[in-house]
Structures are given as C-alpha cells and as structure tokens.
Design a protein around this ligand. Structure first.
Ligand SMILES: [Zn+2]
Length: 57
C-alpha cells in the first residue's frame, strides 16, 4: 500500500503486511514514521520517536 509523507508530500511505500509499530521512512526527505493504525487497508502514520542510542563512546 502507499501513503503520503506529511513533510514533503512524497509517496511512501508501505508493505502490504505492515504491522502497527513498524517504522517506515520517506525516501525523499528521510523522515521516519511509525505506523500508528491500520484502518480499511490504509496505514496511518505518526512521526517516529527518535531514540538516541547511547553507544558509550
Ligand atoms: Zn518526505
């Protein structure tokens, strides 16, 4: 299924078997989204929380 990027209005390809909580990213602007809900075959996205990993450098 396809959905649209809220940032740049570009198309985002979402796998047909996508699950809630999966992260997808916009190929055009690189923004990451989390699938918040799947309703009627349409994936609703919300901006992904960017977790800063502490690699202990
Ligand atoms: Zn975008």
């Amino acid at each position: 299924m396809n959905t649209k990027c809220a940032e740049c209005d570009g198309p985002i390809n979402v796998p047909n078997d996508v699950i809630v909580g999966e992260i997808v990213s916009c190929r055009d602007c690189g923004v990451e989204y989390e699938v918040s809900e799947i309703r009627g075959g349409v994936a609703l996205l919300k901006p992904a929380e960017t977790v800063e990993e502490d690699w202990g450098e």
